[in-house]
Design a protein around this ligand. Structure first.
Ligand SMILES: Nc1ncnc2c1ncn2[C@@H]1O[C@H](COP(=O)(O)OP(=O)(O)OP(=O)(O)O)[C@@H](O)[C@H]1O
Ligand SMILES: [Mg+2]
Length: 464
Protein backbone atom coordinates (compact mmCIF):
# COMPACT_ATOMS: atom_id res chain seq x y z
CA UNK A 1 0.00 0.00 0.00
CA UNK A 2 1.33 3.44 -0.79
CA UNK A 3 1.17 6.21 1.78
CA UNK A 4 -1.96 7.89 0.56
CA UNK A 5 -3.81 4.76 -0.47
CA UNK A 6 -4.14 5.50 -4.17
CA UNK A 7 -2.54 3.51 -6.98
CA UNK A 8 0.77 4.96 -8.09
CA UNK A 9 2.33 4.24 -11.45
CA UNK A 10 6.07 3.96 -11.41
CA UNK A 11 8.62 3.84 -14.20
CA UNK A 12 11.84 2.06 -13.31
CA UNK A 13 14.81 2.68 -15.61
CA UNK A 14 18.02 0.65 -15.28
CA UNK A 15 20.18 -1.25 -17.70
CA UNK A 16 20.96 -4.20 -15.39
CA UNK A 17 18.02 -6.55 -15.96
CA UNK A 18 18.57 -8.70 -12.85
CA UNK A 19 18.85 -5.75 -10.52
CA UNK A 20 15.84 -4.08 -12.19
CA UNK A 21 13.65 -7.18 -11.87
CA UNK A 22 14.49 -7.58 -8.20
CA UNK A 23 13.65 -3.97 -7.38
CA UNK A 24 10.49 -4.10 -9.52
CA UNK A 25 9.26 -7.14 -7.57
CA UNK A 26 9.71 -5.43 -4.25
CA UNK A 27 8.04 -2.23 -5.52
CA UNK A 28 5.11 -4.28 -6.83
CA UNK A 29 4.81 -5.84 -3.39
CA UNK A 30 4.58 -2.33 -1.96
CA UNK A 31 1.55 -1.69 -4.15
CA UNK A 32 3.08 0.23 -7.04
CA UNK A 33 2.20 -0.52 -10.63
CA UNK A 34 5.68 -0.86 -12.11
CA UNK A 35 6.77 -0.43 -15.72
CA UNK A 36 10.36 -1.25 -16.60
CA UNK A 37 12.72 0.25 -19.14
CA UNK A 38 16.22 -1.05 -19.89
CA UNK A 39 17.49 1.92 -21.89
CA UNK A 40 17.03 5.67 -22.06
CA UNK A 41 15.37 5.33 -25.45
CA UNK A 42 12.84 2.90 -24.08
CA UNK A 43 12.21 5.16 -21.10
CA UNK A 44 11.42 8.13 -23.34
CA UNK A 45 8.99 6.00 -25.27
CA UNK A 46 7.19 4.90 -22.09
CA UNK A 47 7.08 8.49 -20.84
CA UNK A 48 5.51 9.50 -24.12
CA UNK A 49 2.55 7.22 -23.69
CA UNK A 50 1.82 7.34 -19.99
CA UNK A 51 1.75 9.95 -17.21
CA UNK A 52 3.71 8.20 -14.47
CA UNK A 53 3.51 9.38 -10.87
CA UNK A 54 7.06 8.36 -10.10
CA UNK A 55 10.22 7.77 -12.09
CA UNK A 56 13.28 6.03 -10.73
CA UNK A 57 16.24 6.10 -13.05
CA UNK A 58 19.88 5.17 -13.08
CA UNK A 59 22.08 8.05 -14.21
CA UNK A 60 24.50 5.89 -16.20
CA UNK A 61 22.73 4.32 -19.11
CA UNK A 62 24.09 3.27 -22.46
CA UNK A 63 22.93 5.67 -25.18
CA UNK A 64 20.53 8.31 -23.93
CA UNK A 65 21.59 9.16 -20.40
CA UNK A 66 19.56 9.11 -17.22
CA UNK A 67 19.89 12.84 -17.02
CA UNK A 68 18.20 13.28 -20.40
CA UNK A 69 15.44 10.91 -19.34
CA UNK A 70 15.01 12.97 -16.20
CA UNK A 71 14.85 16.22 -18.18
CA UNK A 72 12.21 14.79 -20.45
CA UNK A 73 10.15 13.40 -17.55
CA UNK A 74 10.20 16.68 -15.63
CA UNK A 75 9.42 18.73 -18.70
CA UNK A 76 6.42 16.58 -19.54
CA UNK A 77 5.17 16.04 -16.00
CA UNK A 78 6.37 18.81 -13.67
CA UNK A 79 4.72 17.07 -10.73
CA UNK A 80 6.37 13.70 -11.24
CA UNK A 81 8.42 12.37 -8.35
CA UNK A 82 11.90 11.69 -9.68
CA UNK A 83 14.46 9.65 -7.80
CA UNK A 84 17.90 9.07 -9.19
CA UNK A 85 20.13 6.08 -8.68
CA UNK A 86 23.78 6.88 -8.95
CA UNK A 87 26.94 4.92 -8.64
CA UNK A 88 29.06 7.88 -7.70
CA UNK A 89 27.06 9.69 -5.00
CA UNK A 90 29.31 12.70 -4.71
CA UNK A 91 27.84 15.74 -3.04
CA UNK A 92 28.33 17.83 -6.13
CA UNK A 93 26.45 15.45 -8.33
CA UNK A 94 23.65 15.13 -5.79
CA UNK A 95 23.21 18.87 -5.58
CA UNK A 96 23.14 19.14 -9.34
CA UNK A 97 20.56 16.42 -9.63
CA UNK A 98 18.22 17.95 -7.10
CA UNK A 99 18.61 21.26 -8.87
CA UNK A 100 17.33 19.56 -12.01
CA UNK A 101 14.13 18.91 -10.09
CA UNK A 102 14.70 15.42 -8.77
CA UNK A 103 13.22 14.69 -5.38
CA UNK A 104 16.21 12.74 -4.12
CA UNK A 105 18.99 10.41 -5.03
CA UNK A 106 20.27 7.12 -3.78
CA UNK A 107 23.73 5.67 -4.13
CA UNK A 108 24.48 2.15 -5.30
CA UNK A 109 24.78 -0.22 -3.56
CA UNK A 110 21.76 0.35 -1.34
CA UNK A 111 19.28 -1.57 0.76
CA UNK A 112 15.82 -1.72 -0.80
CA UNK A 113 14.47 -0.15 2.41
CA UNK A 114 16.42 3.02 1.71
CA UNK A 115 14.75 3.36 -1.66
CA UNK A 116 11.33 2.61 -0.18
CA UNK A 117 11.88 5.26 2.44
CA UNK A 118 12.93 7.80 -0.17
CA UNK A 119 9.81 7.12 -2.24
CA UNK A 120 7.42 7.26 0.71
CA UNK A 121 8.92 10.48 1.99
CA UNK A 122 8.54 12.07 -1.43
CA UNK A 123 4.93 10.92 -1.74
CA UNK A 124 4.14 12.30 1.70
CA UNK A 125 5.78 15.60 0.83
CA UNK A 126 3.68 15.85 -2.31
CA UNK A 127 0.53 15.08 -0.39
CA UNK A 128 1.21 17.81 2.18
CA UNK A 129 2.00 20.28 -0.55
CA UNK A 130 -1.21 19.50 -2.38
CA UNK A 131 -3.16 19.70 0.86
CA UNK A 132 -1.68 23.09 1.73
CA UNK A 133 -2.38 24.44 -1.71
CA UNK A 134 -5.94 23.23 -1.38
CA UNK A 135 -6.39 24.78 2.07
CA UNK A 136 -4.90 28.04 0.88
CA UNK A 137 -7.21 28.12 -2.10
CA UNK A 138 -10.13 27.47 0.21
CA UNK A 139 -9.12 30.27 2.54
CA UNK A 140 -8.87 32.59 -0.43
CA UNK A 141 -12.33 31.64 -1.61
CA UNK A 142 -13.90 32.03 1.76
CA UNK A 143 -12.08 35.01 3.11
CA UNK A 144 -10.61 36.89 0.22
CA UNK A 145 -7.18 37.39 1.74
CA UNK A 146 -5.39 34.73 3.77
CA UNK A 147 -6.68 34.54 7.31
CA UNK A 148 -8.70 37.75 7.34
CA UNK A 149 -12.31 36.88 7.91
CA UNK A 150 -15.08 39.10 6.62
CA UNK A 151 -17.91 39.12 4.17
CA UNK A 152 -19.42 42.55 4.69
CA UNK A 153 -19.18 45.18 2.00
CA UNK A 154 -16.59 47.20 3.96
CA UNK A 155 -14.39 44.12 4.29
CA UNK A 156 -14.76 43.17 0.63
CA UNK A 157 -13.66 46.68 -0.27
CA UNK A 158 -10.76 46.33 2.15
CA UNK A 159 -9.62 43.04 0.56
CA UNK A 160 -9.74 44.70 -2.82
CA UNK A 161 -7.64 47.57 -1.53
CA UNK A 162 -5.13 45.24 0.17
CA UNK A 163 -4.71 43.28 -3.04
CA UNK A 164 -4.17 46.42 -5.09
CA UNK A 165 -1.74 47.87 -2.57
CA UNK A 166 0.17 44.58 -2.38
CA UNK A 167 1.18 44.88 -6.01
CA UNK A 168 2.90 48.21 -5.38
CA UNK A 169 5.83 49.25 -3.20
CA UNK A 170 4.10 52.39 -1.92
CA UNK A 171 4.19 53.22 1.74
CA UNK A 172 0.99 52.32 3.54
CA UNK A 173 -0.50 53.79 6.68
CA UNK A 174 -2.94 51.49 8.42
CA UNK A 175 -5.26 53.11 10.92
CA UNK A 176 -7.91 51.62 13.13
CA UNK A 177 -8.99 51.14 16.69
CA UNK A 178 -7.24 48.62 18.90
CA UNK A 179 -7.81 45.01 17.90
CA UNK A 180 -9.24 45.70 14.45
CA UNK A 181 -6.59 43.63 12.68
CA UNK A 182 -4.00 46.21 11.66
CA UNK A 183 -1.08 43.83 12.02
CA UNK A 184 -3.00 41.10 10.23
CA UNK A 185 -3.65 43.47 7.33
CA UNK A 186 0.02 44.45 7.18
CA UNK A 187 1.04 40.80 6.95
CA UNK A 188 -1.62 40.17 4.34
CA UNK A 189 -0.19 42.95 2.18
CA UNK A 190 3.28 41.48 2.50
CA UNK A 191 2.09 37.94 1.81
CA UNK A 192 0.27 39.03 -1.32
CA UNK A 193 3.15 41.18 -2.55
CA UNK A 194 6.06 40.32 -4.84
CA UNK A 195 8.21 40.61 -1.69
CA UNK A 196 6.49 37.67 -0.02
CA UNK A 197 9.56 35.44 -0.24
CA UNK A 198 11.60 38.00 1.71
CA UNK A 199 11.20 38.97 5.31
CA UNK A 200 8.35 40.73 7.04
CA UNK A 201 10.05 42.52 9.92
CA UNK A 202 7.81 44.06 12.56
CA UNK A 203 8.82 46.54 15.19
CA UNK A 204 6.49 47.97 17.79
CA UNK A 205 7.71 51.51 18.36
CA UNK A 206 5.83 51.88 21.64
CA UNK A 207 7.15 48.68 23.19
CA UNK A 208 10.83 49.62 23.02
CA UNK A 209 12.37 52.35 25.16
CA UNK A 210 13.25 55.43 23.13
CA UNK A 211 16.99 55.02 23.68
CA UNK A 212 17.00 51.46 22.36
CA UNK A 213 14.57 52.04 19.52
CA UNK A 214 17.10 53.89 17.42
CA UNK A 215 19.69 51.12 17.62
CA UNK A 216 16.97 48.56 17.10
CA UNK A 217 15.83 50.26 13.90
CA UNK A 218 19.15 51.36 12.44
CA UNK A 219 21.56 48.90 14.00
CA UNK A 220 24.77 49.90 15.71
CA UNK A 221 28.50 49.39 15.57
CA UNK A 222 30.67 47.99 18.33
CA UNK A 223 31.22 50.47 21.13
CA UNK A 224 28.47 52.85 19.95
CA UNK A 225 27.09 52.83 23.48
CA UNK A 226 27.52 50.92 26.70
CA UNK A 227 26.56 47.35 26.03
CA UNK A 228 27.13 47.54 22.29
CA UNK A 229 29.73 44.79 22.34
CA UNK A 230 29.42 43.87 18.68
CA UNK A 231 28.20 45.25 15.39
CA UNK A 232 24.54 44.61 14.87
CA UNK A 233 22.30 45.26 11.93
CA UNK A 234 18.96 46.88 12.62
CA UNK A 235 15.43 45.98 11.64
CA UNK A 236 15.55 48.15 8.55
CA UNK A 237 18.48 46.20 7.17
CA UNK A 238 16.88 42.93 8.22
CA UNK A 239 13.91 43.87 6.08
CA UNK A 240 16.08 44.50 3.00
CA UNK A 241 14.04 43.58 -0.09
CA UNK A 242 11.15 42.73 2.21
CA UNK A 243 8.64 44.66 4.28
CA UNK A 244 9.23 46.74 7.39
CA UNK A 245 6.20 47.05 9.64
CA UNK A 246 6.35 50.05 11.98
CA UNK A 247 3.66 49.46 14.55
CA UNK A 248 2.39 52.31 16.77
CA UNK A 249 4.36 54.77 14.70
CA UNK A 250 2.64 57.67 16.49
CA UNK A 251 4.74 57.09 19.59
CA UNK A 252 8.09 57.93 17.97
CA UNK A 253 10.12 60.81 19.39
CA UNK A 254 10.72 63.91 17.22
CA UNK A 255 14.39 62.97 16.76
CA UNK A 256 13.54 59.52 15.48
CA UNK A 257 10.73 60.90 13.32
CA UNK A 258 13.34 63.01 11.54
CA UNK A 259 15.58 59.99 10.97
CA UNK A 260 12.71 57.89 9.73
CA UNK A 261 11.72 60.65 7.33
CA UNK A 262 15.18 60.49 5.81
CA UNK A 263 14.92 56.72 5.37
CA UNK A 264 11.60 57.17 3.57
CA UNK A 265 13.04 59.88 1.34
CA UNK A 266 16.35 58.25 0.45
CA UNK A 267 16.26 54.67 1.81
CA UNK A 268 19.56 55.67 3.38
CA UNK A 269 20.66 55.87 7.00
CA UNK A 270 23.60 55.30 9.32
CA UNK A 271 24.02 52.68 11.98
CA UNK A 272 24.31 54.17 15.47
CA UNK A 273 27.93 55.10 16.14
CA UNK A 274 28.89 55.01 12.48
CA UNK A 275 29.11 57.65 9.77
CA UNK A 276 29.04 55.26 6.85
CA UNK A 277 25.67 55.53 5.11
CA UNK A 278 23.84 52.26 4.49
CA UNK A 279 21.10 51.67 1.96
CA UNK A 280 18.23 49.25 2.28
CA UNK A 281 15.42 48.45 -0.10
CA UNK A 282 12.42 48.25 2.20
CA UNK A 283 8.72 48.55 1.70
CA UNK A 284 7.29 50.39 4.69
CA UNK A 285 3.92 49.72 6.25
CA UNK A 286 3.09 51.77 9.32
CA UNK A 287 0.19 51.39 11.71
CA UNK A 288 -1.33 53.52 14.41
CA UNK A 289 -4.42 53.71 16.54
CA UNK A 290 -3.85 57.35 17.36
CA UNK A 291 -5.11 60.21 15.26
CA UNK A 292 -1.91 61.23 13.48
CA UNK A 293 -3.60 64.11 11.71
CA UNK A 294 -4.60 65.60 15.01
CA UNK A 295 -1.09 65.01 16.33
CA UNK A 296 0.21 66.97 13.34
CA UNK A 297 -2.11 69.86 14.21
CA UNK A 298 -0.97 69.68 17.81
CA UNK A 299 2.64 69.68 16.70
CA UNK A 300 3.59 66.28 18.16
CA UNK A 301 3.96 64.50 14.84
CA UNK A 302 5.93 65.83 11.86
CA UNK A 303 3.69 66.90 9.03
CA UNK A 304 6.20 65.92 6.32
CA UNK A 305 6.55 62.46 7.85
CA UNK A 306 2.79 62.12 8.04
CA UNK A 307 2.48 62.71 4.30
CA UNK A 308 5.37 60.37 3.55
CA UNK A 309 3.68 57.62 5.53
CA UNK A 310 0.15 58.27 4.44
CA UNK A 311 0.74 57.60 0.73
CA UNK A 312 -1.90 54.90 0.77
CA UNK A 313 -4.24 55.12 3.75
CA UNK A 314 -5.91 51.88 4.80
CA UNK A 315 -8.59 52.19 7.44
CA UNK A 316 -9.73 49.14 9.34
CA UNK A 317 -13.35 49.52 10.37
CA UNK A 318 -14.30 48.85 13.97
CA UNK A 319 -16.26 45.66 14.50
CA UNK A 320 -19.46 47.54 15.36
CA UNK A 321 -19.46 48.93 11.82
CA UNK A 322 -19.61 45.44 10.37
CA UNK A 323 -21.79 43.49 12.74
CA UNK A 324 -22.76 40.97 10.09
CA UNK A 325 -19.19 39.61 10.28
CA UNK A 326 -19.49 38.81 13.97
CA UNK A 327 -21.04 35.31 13.67
CA UNK A 328 -18.55 34.46 10.93
CA UNK A 329 -15.59 35.59 13.03
CA UNK A 330 -16.91 33.83 16.12
CA UNK A 331 -17.27 30.58 14.20
CA UNK A 332 -13.81 31.07 12.68
CA UNK A 333 -12.31 31.26 16.18
CA UNK A 334 -14.37 28.28 17.35
CA UNK A 335 -13.18 26.24 14.38
CA UNK A 336 -9.61 27.16 15.13
CA UNK A 337 -10.08 25.97 18.71
CA UNK A 338 -11.68 22.78 17.42
CA UNK A 339 -8.59 22.22 15.31
CA UNK A 340 -6.47 22.41 18.47
CA UNK A 341 -8.81 20.09 20.43
CA UNK A 342 -9.98 17.54 17.89
CA UNK A 343 -11.41 15.24 20.58
CA UNK A 344 -14.14 17.75 21.43
CA UNK A 345 -15.41 18.16 17.89
CA UNK A 346 -16.95 21.18 16.26
CA UNK A 347 -18.57 23.74 18.57
CA UNK A 348 -21.20 26.18 17.34
CA UNK A 349 -23.09 29.14 18.77
CA UNK A 350 -26.73 29.08 19.76
CA UNK A 351 -29.05 31.56 18.07
CA UNK A 352 -29.39 33.71 21.20
CA UNK A 353 -25.64 33.76 21.79
CA UNK A 354 -25.18 34.95 18.23
CA UNK A 355 -27.71 37.70 18.70
CA UNK A 356 -26.01 38.93 21.84
CA UNK A 357 -22.62 38.96 20.16
CA UNK A 358 -24.05 40.96 17.28
CA UNK A 359 -25.66 43.50 19.56
CA UNK A 360 -22.56 44.20 21.63
CA UNK A 361 -20.39 47.21 20.78
CA UNK A 362 -16.94 45.56 21.03
CA UNK A 363 -14.69 48.41 22.16
CA UNK A 364 -11.77 45.94 21.91
CA UNK A 365 -12.92 44.84 18.45
CA UNK A 366 -11.86 41.50 16.96
CA UNK A 367 -9.30 40.78 19.65
CA UNK A 368 -11.96 41.18 22.33
CA UNK A 369 -14.32 38.92 20.41
CA UNK A 370 -11.55 36.36 20.07
CA UNK A 371 -11.01 36.44 23.85
CA UNK A 372 -14.71 36.18 24.64
CA UNK A 373 -15.06 33.16 22.35
CA UNK A 374 -12.00 31.47 23.78
CA UNK A 375 -13.26 32.02 27.32
CA UNK A 376 -16.74 30.69 26.49
CA UNK A 377 -15.19 27.67 24.78
CA UNK A 378 -12.99 26.89 27.77
CA UNK A 379 -15.75 27.36 30.30
CA UNK A 380 -18.13 24.99 28.51
CA UNK A 381 -16.04 21.81 28.43
CA UNK A 382 -17.40 18.90 26.42
CA UNK A 383 -20.37 20.82 25.02
CA UNK A 384 -20.87 21.28 21.30
CA UNK A 385 -22.88 24.48 21.62
CA UNK A 386 -22.13 27.77 23.29
CA UNK A 387 -25.19 29.52 24.65
CA UNK A 388 -25.97 33.01 25.96
CA UNK A 389 -25.19 31.85 29.50
CA UNK A 390 -21.57 31.17 28.53
CA UNK A 391 -20.98 34.80 27.54
CA UNK A 392 -19.55 37.39 29.94
CA UNK A 393 -21.92 39.76 31.77
CA UNK A 394 -20.96 42.82 29.74
CA UNK A 395 -22.01 41.06 26.55
CA UNK A 396 -25.19 39.62 28.04
CA UNK A 397 -26.25 43.00 29.35
CA UNK A 398 -26.61 44.28 25.81
CA UNK A 399 -29.38 41.79 25.20
CA UNK A 400 -31.35 43.09 28.16
CA UNK A 401 -31.51 46.43 26.40
CA UNK A 402 -33.96 44.86 23.97
CA UNK A 403 -36.36 44.94 26.89
CA UNK A 404 -36.61 48.69 27.71
CA UNK A 405 -37.63 48.00 31.30
CA UNK A 406 -34.26 46.46 31.94
CA UNK A 407 -32.12 49.21 30.52
CA UNK A 408 -29.19 50.25 32.64
CA UNK A 409 -27.71 53.22 30.86
CA UNK A 410 -23.97 52.76 30.56
CA UNK A 411 -21.81 55.78 31.22
CA UNK A 412 -21.32 56.53 27.53
CA UNK A 413 -25.04 56.20 26.83
CA UNK A 414 -26.68 54.00 24.21
CA UNK A 415 -27.21 54.46 20.49
CA UNK A 416 -30.98 54.50 20.32
CA UNK A 417 -31.33 54.50 16.58
CA UNK A 418 -29.01 51.56 16.12
CA UNK A 419 -30.67 49.54 18.85
CA UNK A 420 -34.09 50.16 17.38
CA UNK A 421 -32.78 49.19 13.95
CA UNK A 422 -31.21 46.02 15.30
CA UNK A 423 -34.47 45.15 16.99
CA UNK A 424 -36.37 45.69 13.77
CA UNK A 425 -33.90 43.57 11.88
CA UNK A 426 -34.13 40.80 14.47
CA UNK A 427 -37.95 40.85 14.19
CA UNK A 428 -37.82 40.64 10.41
CA UNK A 429 -35.37 37.79 10.53
CA UNK A 430 -37.52 35.88 13.01
CA UNK A 431 -40.58 36.45 10.85
CA UNK A 432 -38.73 35.22 7.77
CA UNK A 433 -37.59 32.15 9.67
CA UNK A 434 -41.18 31.44 10.64
CA UNK A 435 -42.40 31.72 7.07
CA UNK A 436 -39.54 29.79 5.53
CA UNK A 437 -38.22 32.92 3.82
CA UNK A 438 -41.52 33.95 2.29
CA UNK A 439 -41.47 37.76 2.33
CA UNK A 440 -45.15 38.32 1.68
CA UNK A 441 -46.16 36.10 4.60
CA UNK A 442 -43.47 37.61 6.83
CA UNK A 443 -44.78 41.10 6.03
CA UNK A 444 -48.30 39.99 6.96
CA UNK A 445 -47.01 38.52 10.20
CA UNK A 446 -45.44 41.89 11.06
CA UNK A 447 -48.36 43.95 9.78
CA UNK A 448 -46.21 45.94 7.40
CA UNK A 449 -46.35 46.31 3.63
CA UNK A 450 -44.32 43.81 1.66
CA UNK A 451 -42.45 46.65 -0.02
CA UNK A 452 -41.60 48.15 3.39
CA UNK A 453 -40.14 44.86 4.55
CA UNK A 454 -38.13 44.45 1.37
CA UNK A 455 -36.82 47.98 1.58
CA UNK A 456 -35.76 47.55 5.21
CA UNK A 457 -34.10 44.25 4.41
CA UNK A 458 -32.17 45.87 1.60
CA UNK A 459 -31.00 48.59 3.93
CA UNK A 460 -29.83 46.07 6.53
CA UNK A 461 -28.21 43.83 4.02
CA UNK A 462 -26.29 46.58 2.39
CA UNK A 463 -23.75 45.88 5.09
CA UNK A 464 -23.73 42.13 4.49
N1 LIG B 1 -10.74 40.05 10.12
C1 LIG B 1 -10.14 39.21 10.96
N2 LIG B 1 -10.23 37.89 10.77
C2 LIG B 1 -9.65 37.03 11.62
N3 LIG B 1 -8.95 37.39 12.70
C3 LIG B 1 -8.81 38.69 12.94
C4 LIG B 1 -9.39 39.68 12.09
N4 LIG B 1 -9.08 40.90 12.57
C5 LIG B 1 -8.35 40.68 13.67
N5 LIG B 1 -8.16 39.36 13.91
C6 LIG B 1 -7.46 38.78 15.05
O1 LIG B 1 -7.64 39.66 16.14
C7 LIG B 1 -6.44 39.84 16.87
C8 LIG B 1 -6.02 41.28 16.83
O2 LIG B 1 -5.56 41.62 15.52
P1 LIG B 1 -4.29 42.56 15.30
O3 LIG B 1 -3.23 42.26 16.29
O4 LIG B 1 -3.94 42.50 13.86
O5 LIG B 1 -4.98 43.96 15.65
P2 LIG B 1 -4.34 45.41 15.78
O6 LIG B 1 -5.24 46.32 15.07
O7 LIG B 1 -2.91 45.37 15.36
O8 LIG B 1 -4.48 45.66 17.33
P3 LIG B 1 -3.67 46.73 18.27
O9 LIG B 1 -4.06 48.11 17.84
O10 LIG B 1 -4.16 46.40 19.62
O11 LIG B 1 -2.22 46.45 18.05
C9 LIG B 1 -5.44 38.92 16.24
O12 LIG B 1 -5.43 37.70 16.96
C10 LIG B 1 -5.96 38.71 14.84
O13 LIG B 1 -5.57 37.48 14.34
MG1 LIG C 1 -1.21 45.74 16.52
Amino acid sequence: MTTDGSTQHLLLVDDEAGFRDAIADRLTDMGFVVTQAGTGEEALERLGDFAFDIIITDLRLPGISGREVLDDALARYPDIIAIVITGFGTVREAVEITRLGAEGFITKPFQFEELAHEINAAIEKRRLKAENAYLRAQLHDRFGIDGIVGRTKVMMDLFELLRTVAATTSTVLITGETGTGKELAARAIHDASPRRAQRFVAINCSAIPETLLEAELFGHVRGAFTGAVANRIGRIEQAHRGTLFLDEVGTMSPALQAKLLRVLQTREFERVGDSQPVRADVRVIAATNSDLKKMVEEGTFREDLYYRLNVIPVRLPPLRERRADIPLLAQHFLDRLAGQNPERGRVTLSQDAQQLLMAFDWPGNVRQLENVIERAYTLSPGRTQITAADLPDEVRQTGAILNPDEIVFPEHGIEMERLVNDFEYALIRRALERTGGNKRMAAELLHVKRTTLIEKLKRFERVT
